[in-house]
Design a protein around this ligand. Structure first.
Ligand SMILES: [Zn+2]
Length: 153
């Protein structure tokens, strides 16, 4: 529901993309992992894969790494093609004071429902309707709750 990379509220999918730059005896790798929106998946797939295709092969280990990285990126990308694009007008989710005050009466309900096994997506959508916030704000609110409870331990 929230892109781990750009923070936009949109459908997301878990991906992991790798990049390798071979420099004979050295290599430089980079990866991005998380639930990303379609725009970020597209961007990172092309960036990481093209750089690896061009610069990935230089060195024995780099060569083998690249042999693994490129198919991984392509397969992950193909599996993400069915993901719905970022809706027009979608924005980066922010947990405003207003959203917090609207959500605080539901804090207990959210936790109880999640503990009883309902999916986060379902609960977030439902509570968002009732509290007049967006599902992404529910998720951010929940994360804030979790962080706060960890801090107090
Ligand atoms: Zn994104």
């Amino acid at each position: 529901m929230i892109c781990d990379s750009c923070g936009v509220e949109a459908p997301t999918k878990y991906v992991i993309f790798y990049q390798n730059i071979g420099a004979l005896l050295m290599r430089f790798t980079k990866r991005i992992e998380g639930n990303l929106c379609k725009s970020c998946i597209h961007k990172y797939f092309w960036e990481f894969t093209l750089i690896t295709l061009i610069l990935g092969w230089w060195g024995v280990i780099s060569f083998l790494t690249t042999l693994f990285y490129i198919p991984n990126n392509i397969i992950r990308y193909l599996f993400s093609l069915s993901l719905k694009p970022v809706p027009p007008g979608a924005t980066v989710v922010e947990l405003t004071e207003e959203a917090i005050s609207r959500l605080s009466p539901y804090a207990e309900t959210i936790v109880t429902r999640l503990n009883s096994g309902e999916s986060l997506e379902y609960v977030a959508g439902d509570v968002a309707l009732r509290a007049r916030v967006t599902p992404g704000q529910v998720v951010l609110y929940l994360r804030a709750l979790v962080t706060a409870s960890q801090d107090s331990e």
